[in-house]
Write a protein that binds this ligand. Structure first.
Ligand SMILES: [Zn+2]
Length: 343
């Protein structure tokens, strides 16, 4: 898999859908478009093939500026076009395109080599800011994620939403790799195919494209709700899964995805666990891989409840998403000026 580089917008690009973009782009493609200011804004879309909002947002921004010079150069990485044709996150023979960037465990894979080429190309050209556009399957508000909490990172994220999540796991994600080059953000735009999320993303891309520089000071604390992702919750493959009253090792509550971005009190039920089965969840903090399920959850009789105050994100009722990625992230709230980490 070789990175294709283009300096002109291919004919038909603005009318292609995620399903048809592979007709124009034979593989993962880095597209450089010139503009009035340099260096370029970098935007990655379709790192996950079933998340179309990024492509639609880029098309919308290009349409808005059609026939004129872009206010700033724009480099667009169109990622997993093969998976996009199939309408899936990634194909069975592929690694997840947002887990293979430099700094992760899988960066020496075929897909990882591709991402190294993208980083090398952008490092050589210089880059103003990086935006990675995603959708998610659960009932989440639209929010921005950063890997660092320096002023330009929070200023960039704040332009998309007042809800900002600072995360350091999983590694191997695009925004973590680009954080070494420029202010970088991942935006989560809700479910794919919704016009509201698409225009929100387009407005954000356009606003950053028109920006001459980032303010040097951090956003005021009252302008920002900053959370830190503490734990990643997975369902072990040997644990069978159901929703509601279903018979399984773990029967999650029916309305689980409605808990996203609510701060939950200790004792909040998540579902029922058939005792005797292996540990129902695998909860990791940091990268030591140790299962901390009983630090975060409690089993009262057969009920599995939260042990401490936390705010879940990415909870979904899609078993495929749970199996491929995770059940949820658990976040805790903190003040921006308490946030550690370099610029
Ligand atoms: Zn995604």
């Amino acid at each position: 898999m070789k990175l294709v580089t283009l300096e002109d917008l291919p004919h038909g690009f603005l009318d292609a859908s995620a399903r048809t973009i592979a007709d124009l782009l034979p593989g993962p493609t880095l597209l450089h478009l010139d503009g009035a200011r340099h260096p370029a804004l970098f935007v990655s879309v379709l790192l996950h093939g079933d998340e179309s909002t990024g492509l639609v947002a880029v098309q919308e921004v290009l349409r808005r500026h059609a026939g004129r010079t872009l206010p700033r150069a724009l480099s667009v990485f169109v990622g997993n076009v093969r998976a996009a044709r199939a309408g899936v996150r990634h194909l069975p023979d592929q690694r997840d395109f947002n887990r293979v960037w430099p700094g992760g465990d899988a960066s020496d894979s075929v897909e990882g080599a591709l991402m190294r080429d993208v980083i090398a190309a952008m490092r050589a050209r210089g880059v103003f800011a990086s935006i990675d556009v995603h959708n998610n399957s659960g009932l989440n508000p639209r929010y921005a994620c950063v890997n660092r909490t320096g002023a330009p990172f929070l200023q960039l994220a704040r332009l998309f939403s007042r809800t900002v999540v600072w995360f350091t796991e999983p590694r191997g994600v695009q925004s973590l790799a680009f954080a070494d080059l420029c202010p970088a953000v991942t935006i989560e735009c809700g479910r794919p195919g919704h016009a509201e999320g698409e225009s929100h993303a387009a407005d954000f891309l356009d606003a950053v494209l028109c920006l001459s520089e980032f303010p040097a000071h951090p956003p005021a604390p009252h302008d920002l709700d900053l959370f830190h992702t503490e734990a990643i919750v997975k369902v072990p493959p040997e644990i069978s899964l159901a929703f509601g009253a279903g018979a399984a090792d773990l029967a999650l509550r029916e309305d689980l995805d409605h808990l996203n971005f609510s701060e939950l009190a200790p004792g909040t039920p998540f579902g029922r666990w058939r005792r005797g089965a292996a540990e129902p969840l695998h909860v990791t903090v940091g990268d030591d891989g140790r299962n901390r399920v009983w630090e975060w959850f409690e089993a009262r009789e057969h009920e599995l409840t939260l042990r401490r105050t936390a705010m879940p994100a990415m909870l979904t009722r899609s078993e495929a998403a749970i199996r491929q990625d995770c059940l949820c992230y658990l976040m805790v709230r903190f003040e921006a000026d308490a946030a550690p980490g370099p610029e």
